[in-house]
Design a protein around this ligand. Structure first.
Ligand code: FAD
Length: 326
């Protein structure tokens, strides 16, 4: 059986949604009998978290070392690579979250192996396995395969279904890693958790994003009002982040975050390739722009040509009415 390691990123007592999606896919693979799966946590694992994860994986391994108390890309990479070597893992997987993108490439370097990042699908039963990842702003889909192992894989959030097989009752193991002194050159100084209750945009199912067409920071209220009614997270283009209308954490695109929601609504956004690259794998794209030739319409499933100052309040009202009817 091929051994698959899944790195589970956590936030307090909760596993990150992107990690759970990968864990669900891995659990389905384990059912096939061809793969054996272990989930790996680094850092603190509370009893609540442990009990939750043991229903999702046949084996939960916590890698321990005093250096792993706080997140450290070097420490995490060395610990995960060391354990992968120890058990002869064929594949190391993680969600393409901030941490996943940060330290999984380092893990691949330590293992002197290849990485395929931002995977949206895979043909697990091909030999070798082929992974699909969007490139050039979603214009082409690359199929990537590795003749050798292990393979390091990061998965774009919202790519795999959150559909956990029932009846899993895993075992919990702690493994001391023994990180070498001097292998960590960076130290975490402080954590800015002012946005700790906000849904991370990379994991949001619904996003309402605004661009420079909103004209001023205070007009983002139109975006926030619509987002609040449908339970969406607010996103932004780089132009508005640069103008300090929104926090950098909201930025979608090449130099921001990659999102893959079920529904993306973008208003006052032109559709520059740098923005499109961050949202092209959204399942349904709705664009509002007063310019009928705006590039974003080339990517939209539904396009509304009109003034966002009229369209957004009308959409918010309509969604409110729909909700009242239910
Ligand atoms: C290296 C690099 C990296 C970059 N990374 C990113 C990135 O990560 N994310 C990102 O977003 N950008 C990024 N950019 C910038 C990107 O190229 C664009 O400049 C930016 O996305 C444009 O933002 P926008 O659509 O908000 O503004 P604009 O391009 O100015 O578009 C505003 C749109 O609003 C419409 N509009 C105006 N008024 C109204 C109205 N009343 N009603 C309806 N529509 C209206 C206009 O027709 C227009 O289409 C990057 C650029 C570079 C060079």
């Amino acid at each position: 059986m091929d051994k698959v390691l899944v790195f589970v990123e956590t936030k307090g007592d909760e596993p990150r949604k992107a990690s759970m999606e990968v864990l669900c896919e891995a659990a389905r693979l384990a059912e096939s009998g061809r793969f054996s799966v272990e989930a790996v946590c680094l850092g603190v694992v509370s009893d609540v978290l442990k009990n939750r994860l043991l229903r999702c994986t046949p084996k939960l391994v916590r890698l321990t070392d005093p250096e792993l108390a706080a997140y450290s890309p070097e420490g995490y990479a060395h610990a995960l690579a060391g354990y992968a070597r120890q058990i002869g893992a064929r594949m190391i997987m993680a969600g393409a979250t901030g941490a996943g993108r940060d330290f999984l490439p380092r893990t691949a370097v330590i293992l002197e192996t290849g990485i395929v990042s931002d995977v949206t699908a895979a043909n697990w039963f091909d030999d070798p396995i082929t992974f699909v990842r969007p490139m050039f702003g979603g214009k082409v889909f690359a199929e990537v395969a590795f003749p050798a192992s292990p393979v390091v894989v990061t998965v774009r959030p919202n790519s795999f279904a959150m559909d956990m097989p029932e009846g899993i009752n895993g075992e919990y193991v702690e493994v001391a890693v023994g990180l070498q002194a001097g292998s960590i050159h960076t130290r975490l100084l402080r954590v800015d958790d002012t946005r700790k209750d906000a849904v991370d945009i990379t994991e949001a199912d619904l996003i309402v994003a605004g661009g420079r067409g909103l004209k001023a920071a205070e007009n983002f209220k139109l975006i926030e009002d619509l987002a609040a009614v449908i339970g969406a997270t607010v996103g932004a283009t780089r132009s508005v982040v640069d103008a300090k209308w929104r926090d950098q954490a909201d930025q979608i695109g090449k130099s921001g975050k990659t999102v893959s929601p079920k529904l993306y609504i973008g208003a006052g956004i032109s559709g520059a390739i740098h923005h499109i690259m961050g949202m092209d794998s959204s399942k349904v794209i709705v664009a509002v722009n007063r310019d009928p030739n705006a590039i974003i319409f080339n990517y939209a499933n539904y396009g509304i040509v009109g003034d966002l100052f009229e369209v957004l309040p009308a959409m918010t009202e309509e969604f409110k009415k729909q909700k009242e009817r239910v």
